[in-house]
Every structure is written in C-alpha cells, then in structure tokens.
Design a protein. Structure first.
Length: 181
C-alpha cells in the first residue's frame, strides 16, 4: 500500500497512530503527548496535511484509495527520515478493506494504535465549540469506529490526561529507547 516509503523507514523511528471519531480528542491528545514526552517526536495531523480538493461541477471525483495512499506516504516521510511520529486521523472511515490494509501496512512498520474516545455529549460540545463538523455524524461514528482492529492503548479524552494511567503507558512506550516489537 505505501510501498516505496514504507520500505525505506528507519526502523528506529516509532509511529503512534491516534484513531477515533471526529471530536474524540485526537489532536488534543497528540499535542499533550508531544508536550509531555521526554524524547523527540513530531505530531502530524491528517486534517492539516490533507490538501483541499477541487470540487467544481464536471471535475472527476478523486479516488479515495489513491488519495489516502498519497496522504499516508506524505505522513510516513517523517518516520522514513528517522523522526518518531504521532499520526493523528490518518485511518480511513468506515472500517472497510481500505482501513484494514492501512492498519496492516502501519503495523508492519511497528506502529502502535490508540483508541481515542469520549462520551457522546463531550463530542457534541467539542464540535459545536469548534464550529466545524457534523455532531450527528461524529456520534454515529462512535458505534463502529475502532471496533474491528485491536488497539494497543485506549484513552478517554474527557478525563484528565495528566493523571491518566493509559497516557502514562503511552508516554513510557514513546520514551523507551528500543522499540518493543
């Protein structure tokens, strides 16, 4: 799936994938981890790295798989260059075949996955405060996101991240010298 880029990854680089519905707190958790880690990491937000697409009438729609491959390859350039990377929001939704291929490709490179979640009312407050997003769509995602693949860690972002045992486990893994593959 991510062929050339994945094959060139520096095996010393770690990849942490934050997976959750829109409004779950992936970016908040990523920023917290980046500030709390004692080692060098970069935080890559798919929302910020994904280019805007033309949508004029008559323009052929983009192939989601090709688009995702390009986005993933651009994100994997960082670990390929030796940077530990927190990848926020890179997994496709819904969890179909493309999702599973993406997870397998990232696991092959030693990635660890975090199920990022919060109660539905927290989602609604966050999305409404943000002013961008669809509350109903995000709440629907809660029923089926992160259900078909096992996650290495799980974080409820409605709780205090600093006092979270799960966040402590993630930080210990991030700060360990050798990957525990």
């Amino acid at each position: 799936m991510c062929s050339a880029v994945c094959l060139e990854l520096n095996m010393q680089a770690k990849i942490l994938v934050l997976s959750g519905a829109s409004g779950a707190g992936k970016s908040t958790l990523g920023k917290y981890l980046l500030a709390a880690t004692k080692s060098k990491w970069v935080h890559l937000e798919a929302d910020r790295l994904a280019p805007d697409l033309s949508s004029a009438a008559g323009v052929e729609e983009f192939d989601q798989e090709v688009y995702l491959k390009a986005l993933l390859a651009s994100m994997l350039a960082w670990p390929a260059a030796g940077f530990n990377a927190i990848m926020d929001g890179v997994l496709p939704y819904p969890e179909g075949e493309l999702f599973h291929r993406c997870v397998r490709a990232l696991r092959k490179e030693g990635a660890r996955f975090v199920d990022v979640h919060a109660p539905a009312d927290t989602f609604a407050r966050r999305i409404e405060a943000r002013g961008v997003g669809d509350v109903e769509w995000s709440v629907r995602q809660l029923a089926d996101i992160n259900t078909s693949e096992s996650m290495d860690f799980s974080v409820n972002t409605a709780t205090d991240l600093e006092g979270s045992r799960d966040v402590s486990f993630i930080l210990r893994w991030m700060d360990s010298e050798v990957s525990d593959d």
